[in-house]
Write a protein of this length. Sequence first.
Length: 138
Amino acid sequence: MKSYRQVITINTPSRRAFINITPKVNEALRASGIKEGLVLVNSMHITSSVFINDDESGLHSDMEKWLEKLAPEKPYNQYAHNGYEDNADAHLKRQIMGREVVVAVTDGKLDFGTWEQIFYGEFDGMRAKRILIKIIGE
Ligand code: ZN
């Protein structure tokens, strides 16, 4: 069995963003040379997510509004965690959007369902954040 590890860094200009990282995962898969196996992609931070969904801007806007209703950024003093920081909302948003995804690799390609794409969800950006790509297989 082969294994391949790559860390990519993203620094968003805004506090929150959704970024399609499927091309970066495809690059890593090509570099790995693995044709059959699994890809794990996870955020290495507790205020950002990796998730799979549709690359459609209306949906991303809906997700942003939905997350903001569940865990509004402001006022900061509504959260106990913000006694030390101002990012309690980001931890909560990350929790519901998830830490990682796993995708099957078949015949050298990501074996997606219809319209599936891999996204990085940033909830406390404007600084360098890391994403781990780990690929195992043959
Ligand atoms: Zn925090």
